[in-house]
Design a protein around this ligand. Structure first.
Ligand code: PEP
Ligand code: MN
Length: 344
């Protein structure tokens, strides 16, 4: 249920509504815009007599939330959310570039790549220590050793880190090192993992980067985010990374779902970023996909980069070298600037 308050509502009237709701054991979530106060009700709304709420001073109208993914929906919380990662803001008017290798391979690779990421002006550093690979014979990541190298690279450059958690048994370890915890496309439907992460990050609200599953509908994707939010952490960044279609194979690894960006932006106030690397799966597609995603309204990009892409142990074919990353970020910044000048 959403309670829309009158334009000139007083603090006293807001408190009164909150108390009425809390006295039946439900919780509220209050969103404040420039000229708008919305009170969202969480819990079993049959416990509330809506007539009694409607007649309170300050209440403009009451609406039922129709979306199953309530907490993350714009219907429930109409404002643009900003996720703050150690001072780097994502969402609303804050565009971010995240870059780094697919996997942390060794100390030199991580440090050298991090220096590039820093030099080209990116905002965060990515690198997987636990890699979900299709083949069990492929490099699976360095585990905690990888997290340590990522951390060293972060301390050296001052860049916050993004790294993936692949299973419930690794959550505590990843929380210890990561500034943003990534949940990969393969795990978007691991509901126990989503719940556990929500519970374990509830206290400090560690930001979560949730990737869309390669065959998940928009609604399934938002429901996955809701699993985390419901446990008490709404610091979620959504990430589109391409989906599986008939075209996947020779020309494309996945099909870029750039067209979903404006839909997600309408459905949710959570920041939406785009991964041009896994979308196309090829280095020479990254620039055009990146610019298209920015133009479509993305709040950021997560790009795979490597100091020596040709020797990468994972996803080298889609990783950019220093010059390519620099060029991509420079050109995308121009698009970001133009987009910001457009009337909203
Ligand atoms: C990755 O970010 O390296 C990764 C494995 O991504 P995805 O989950 O989108 O496949
Ligand atoms: Mn990868």
């Amino acid at each position: 249920m959403i309670i829309r308050m009158k334009k000139d509502v007083s603090e006293k009237d807001i408190v009164l509504v909150r108390e009425r709701i809390e006295e039946v054991g439900l919780t509220v979530s209050i969103s404040r815009g420039a000229n708008l106060v919305i009170i969202g009700v969480i819990g079993d709304i049959t416990l509330i007599e809506s007539d009694r709420i409607e007649e309170l001073p300050g209440v403009e109208s009451i609406m039922r939330v129709s979306r199953p993914y309530k907490l993350v929906s714009r219907e429930f919380n109409p404002l643009d959310r900003v996720v703050n990662v150690k001072g780097v803001k994502v969402g609303k008017d804050n565009f971010v570039f995240i870059a780094g290798p697919c996997a942390v391979e060794n100390k030199e690779q991580m440090i050298e790549t991090a220096k590039i990421v820093k030099n080209v002006g990116a905002d965060m550093l990515r690198g997987g220590a636990f890699k979900p690979r299709t083949s069990p014979y492929d490099f699976q990541g360095l585990g905690e050793e990888g997290l340590k190298y990522l951390n060293e690279a972060s301390l050296l450059t001052g860049l916050p880190t993004v790294t993936e958690v692949t299973g419930e048994d690794k959550i505590d370890l990843v929380i210890k090192y990561a500034d943003v915890i990534q949940i990969g496309a393969r795990n978007m439907r691991s509901y126990d993992l989503l719940k556990k992460i929500g519970q374990k990050t509830k206290e400090f609200k560690t930001p979560i980067l949730l990737k869309r599953g390669d065959n998940a509908t928009i609604s399934e994707f938002l429901n996955a985010a809701e699993y985390i939010a419901k446990e008490g952490n709404e610091n979620i960044i959504l990430c589109l990374r391409g989906i599986r279609t008939f075209e996947c194979g020779k020309f494309l690894r996945n099909t870029a779902d750039i067209g979903v960006i404006p839909i997600l932006k309408k459905e949710t106030g959570l920041p939406v970023i785009f991964d041009p690397s896994h979308s196309g799966g090829k280095r020479d597609l990254v620039l055009s996909y990146s610019m298209a995603a920015v133009a479509a309204g993305a709040d950021g990009l997560i790009i795979e980069a490597h100091y020596q892409p040709e020797s990468a142990r994972c996803d080298g074919q889609q990783s950019l070298n220093a010059d390519e990353l620099k060029n991509t970020i420079t050109l995308c910044r121009k698009v970001v600037k133009e987009i910001k000048l457009l009337p909203k």
